[in-house]
Structures are given as structure tokens and as C-alpha cells.
Design a protein around this ligand. Structure first.
Ligand code: HH2
Length: 289
């Protein structure tokens, strides 16, 4: 299974690593570390040297309760980094929910739009549909980062996430965005409790019936803190375990802060000749719906 993005058709027969470049003062785990364009670009180069297959560049934190950032501020953060990273030889993704930022980032040359709101803000779908080849990651979230943790009541979190993502895929298809441009993300930590995040991992294969590659972002997240009792700066082992578990459950792309150790861990995948997970693994619960 491939992911069609603007300059690159990404072969997902082996799991891929998306390295996170947060150009923000307040991201939950690395806020302020690469807040200038120069520092972010240096970080981006390092992640590519470490084996990142994709870079995800973000200028606004989505952590619960994060302060909103203006369009101008977000553009001032991400555009110089996109510009400088275009020559690094890997697909570039912009992590934004704002249509204005999508337009500008696409004009600047990004390959992928990664939207935690799954292109639901007015104008976002149009921004992506207007560009014939840009790839998209559609993520599930309830509400917005300020309100999402008050909206964790689900009858069946996996079924609701699947229904949401299926609906968004259909809306994109209606707008002319072909499925081969889209990957899907259940949104670990976005409007979900610890138990719901763990349930998404346990039953992740049910999402494979959607027929598109899955991208998972567990890196350093608070559920890992809840499970291990570790603060954010001590969550590397749990992040690696979660990335590998996600891959074993069918993820094709893992979004991570710590690229080098994740790449090493995934080398085991190739070395052991582990088979690619079936692209669609029907599950009794999902089949019944
Ligand atoms: N998680 C974060 C941000 N963007 N995008 C996708 N597709 N999936 C995710 O799980 C995801 C995401 C949160 O992580 P981070 O970027 O490190 O933090 P912050 O939002 O505070 O900048």
C-alpha cells in the first residue's frame, strides 16, 4: 500500500517514521527547544540523518488547554522551516488545522497536510482539494484542544472513531480527494481517556477495514505517563514500545519525537522478516456493524 503525496509516493510495505518538528514555545514535550527557524531546521536535519522518512512541521501546540496562535504567528513559525527543509529529500508535512496555513504551506511546497481536525474547519477541505497531489492525514478528535478532554463519553470508542474516519474519507472523496492521498489516525490522546487510548491500541486492527494506512502518534503522550508513572522526559522506552505495538497492530506510519531509537527498534521488523500486516483484517465487532 502506498501513500500518494505531492513529490513522493511513499511505499508503506515497511513501517515509516514521521519525525516531529515543533516550532513552538509550548508543545507538551519539547516546547521551546526548537522555537526559532534556525533551531528547528537543525533539528529537522538531525531527524533526517537519524532516519526519519517524513518530517511533520507544526507551529501550534494541540496539547489540552494550549493557547491559540494567530495565522500570522503560525505562518511566521512554519514557513521558514518548510522553505529550509524542502531540500532534505524527504516528504514534508505541515501539522495545522487552519485553512490559511494550509494554503500558504501548500504554496510553499509541502507534500502533506496533517490535520488533527480532519479538514473540518471551513475552508480546510477546499485548501487540500485545490491542490491535486498533496497527501493528507485525517485524525479523529472531539471538540478542540481546549475542550477535548471534557468530551470522552463514548459507547464504543473504536466504532465511533472508525465511523468518523469513514465519514471523513467519503467527504474527501466527494470533494475529489482520492483515497490514495489519505492516511487515517485515531488520534491518541485527543478527547480520549487513558483506557480509551489503550482500547484503541488493543483493537487497532479493526480500523484496517477502512482500507487506508494508519498513522499513530503515541510518542511521549500522557497515557504512557499514566501507565508507567513516568514524567514526559522519561517516556522514551514506553514510546518505543507503543510505536512497535502500533506497528504490530497494523500501523504503517508512526509519528515520533525520538527518531533514532524508533528507527533502531523498527530495524528488528525488517531483520526478522516480519510479515506486513494484512491491509484489511475484518473483526467480528466491526463486521457486525
Ligand atoms: N499528536 C500531536 C500533534 N499532532 N497529529 C497526528 N496526526 N497524530 C497525533 O497523534 C498528533 C498530531 C501532539 O503531539 P506534539 O506535536 O508533540 O505536541 P503539541 O501538539 O503540544 O505540539
Amino acid at each position: 500500500m502506498d501513500w500518494q503525496t505531492r513529490r513522493f509516493r511513499i511505499d508503506l510495505t515497511k513501517p515509516r517514521v514521521m519525525g516531529i518538528v515543533n516550532v513552538t514555545p509550548d508543545s507538551f514535550s519539547d516546547g521551546g527547544r526548537h522555537a526559532t527557524a534556525a533551531a528547528a531546521l537543525q533539528h529537522a536535519r538531525r531527524l533526517v540523518d537519524e532516519g526519519a522518512d517524513i518530517l511533520d512541521i507544526g507551529g501550534e501546540s494541540t496539547r489540552p488547554g494550549a493557547a491559540p496562535v494567530s495565522v500570522d504567528e503560525e505562518l511566521a513559525r512554519v514557513l521558514p522551516v518548510i522553505d529550509g527543509a524542502l531540500g532534505l529529500g524527504v516528504p514534508l508535512s505541515v501539522d495545522t488545522l487552519k485553512p490559511e496555513v494550509m494554503h500558504a504551506a501548500i504554496a510553499a511546497g509541502v507534500d502533506i497536510v496533517n490535520d488533527v481536525q480532519a479538514l473540518r474547519l471551513p475552508g480546510a477541505l477546499e485548501a487540500v482539494a485545490a491542490s491535486p497531489a498533496v497527501g493528507v492525514c485525517l485524525m479523529h478528535m472531539r471538540g478542540d484542544p481546549r475542550t477535548m478532554q471534557q468530551q470522552t463519553g463514548y459507547d464504543d470508542v473504536v466504532a465511533e472513531v472508525a465511523a468518523f474516519l469513514r465519514g471523513r474519507l467519503a467527504v474527501l472523496a466527494g470533494a475529489g480527494v482520492s483515497a490514495e492521498r489519505v492516511v487515517l489516525d485515531p488520534g491518541i490522546g485527543f478527547g480520549k481517556t487513558v483506557e480509551q487510548n489503550l482500547e484503541l491500541l488493543r483493537r487497532q486492527r479493526e480500523l484496517l477495514v477502512l482500507g487506508r494506512p494508519l498513522l499513530l502518534g503515541w510518542s511521549r503522550k500522557s497515557t504512557l505517563g499514566a501507565v508507567t508513572g513516568r514524567p514526559v522526559e522519561q517516556r522514551l522506552p514506553a514510546s518505543i514500545a507503543a510505536a512497535l505495538a502500533a506497528v504490530l497492530q497494523g500501523a504503517r506510519i508512526v509519528r515520533v519525537h525520538d527518531v533514532a531509537p524508533t528507527v533502531d527498534a523498527l530495524k528488528l521488523w525488517g531483520a526478522a522478516g516480519l510479515p506486513a500486516v494484512p491491509e484489511s483484517a475484518p473483526h467480528p465487532r466491526t463486521e457486525a456493524r
